[in-house]
Design a protein around this ligand. Sequence first.
Ligand SMILES: Cc1cc2nc3c(=O)[nH]c(=O)nc-3n(C[C@H](O)[C@H](O)[C@H](O)COP(=O)(O)OP(=O)(O)OC[C@H]3O[C@@H](n4cnc5c(N)ncnc54)[C@H](O)[C@@H]3O)c2cc1C
Length: 467
Amino acid sequence: MSARTAQFDALPTASSRRSRRDQAAGTPGPAPKPAAVKAALVVVGLGLGVSVGLALTAETRAEFSAAGGPAIFIGSFTGLVGTYLALIMVLLVSRIPFVERVLGQDGLLRWHRGLAPWPISLLIAHAIFITVGYAQAAKNGLWREAGVLVGQYPDVLIATVALGIMCAIGVVSLRAIRRRLPRERWWLIHLYMYLALALAYAHVIVLGPSFVRHPLTQLVWALAWIATAGVVLGYRIGLPIIRTMRHRLEVVEVRPEGPGVVSIILRGRDLEKLHVSGGQFFLWRFLTPKMWWQAHPYSLSALPRPPFLRLTVKDAGDHSGSLASLAPGTKVAIEGPYGAFTQHAQQQPRALLIAGGIGVTALRSLLEDLPRRSAPVVIIRASSEADFVLRREIGELVHHKRGELHEVIGDRNQARLDERALARMVPDIGQRDVYICGPEGFVADLVPLVKSLGVADESIHHEAFAL
Ligand SMILES: Cc1cc2nc3c(=O)[nH]c(=O)nc-3n(C[C@H](O)[C@H](O)[C@H](O)COP(=O)(O)OP(=O)(O)OC[C@H]3O[C@@H](n4cnc5c(N)ncnc54)[C@H](O)[C@@H]3O)c2cc1C
């Protein structure tokens, strides 16, 4: 063991007499504020109402009853609402901290994906109805009118390109296609959404019937776009740069933990000011010539121990596999902390923590952060003893918190984690909060299982290691 990182091993153990959250672990992550998210939802709802109102009031009776009037009206209405929803989709993935702390990244992505078909469908409807309406007004054929709109109005041409990009992103995001693409390629394609929105902007303001001759509407809408761009740039680029510069993390040691699993220990400045809760994760960007362009999510496998941080990674592919050969001194950029898989989510006094495979990383730091009164029952599922990494630390923490540890080790068909086994290990499961962490399939199997044993939805918290 390196003498430089020896201090990192001094984690809370059975013998330590520390306060609930060791002072050396730095500042706890702030508690989520669901009321603030509800208020934000009200604002978003009001914005949608205003958009609908604008579309309705901008239309005069004469315009509506003219040739093509109803189709143009439907076209501008669907365009306005579709664009508004597209901005909301962007905001959902802009990593606004107070929203992220309540909904978590996976919750936000669920909303983002659930909303996605609406803006795209509404914008396609917008293009069709506007073309039909103008064709009726000009007594033109549909294709001829489409040619006129695209050929004579540069803003429409640009917006058509934008719609094409959005549709392509929509197709690529279909689950069946997304799963076949390397994650980085899918992510790069997804970034084109920002370009599409920027391209669409001008034609909305310049040509939208709700905007032409309505300077106040133009101003309000422009402010909404600028605010969205500001939020995205601030939280996705600005804040990570500031945090990276402030904490100046670098690799000090890569330590083997088990088959294909390494812990990476980083040293940084001012880590006591990094507000982080156990169970949270960062997006890590290791600044080597081959890896600097990829940011991957890995949980902290222990609370910060200033000046050190630790993550523990299993080789699951290109990026995770290459971390074993990181050289000491490698600089690291961070985004985060993210995640709602924390002690703040706890509803009941006691807790049950279940991890499958490498899910022990988030469980380990969450366990460290849980109050002793949680009397945590911890269940670890691993395919072999060697695969149960961080075993000693977890055992010590469980002992320290006066909890119970159950190890379910072996082949899935023999060492089963089913309803009967869970009910036997945790007879009071219905009176506990249940935290589940691990590979996507493991989490998907466990959530219905604990529900069937009487755990309320709001007491089930999970972090699947795939987004
Ligand atoms: C919130 C969260 C916390 C995680 N914490 C840990 C941890 O503490 N330790 C650990 O070993 N692993 C953790 N993971 C999983 C880890 O992010 C992936 O194993 C890793 O990114 C795989 O990348 P790769 O290039 O090595 O493999 P690839 O072959 O590219 O991918 C393997 C699988 O990992 C998933 N994946 C790949 N890239 C990403 C990405 N950027 N974001 C989300 N999922 C991705 C995909 O589902 C893919 O099927 C976590 C994942 C998430 C979402």
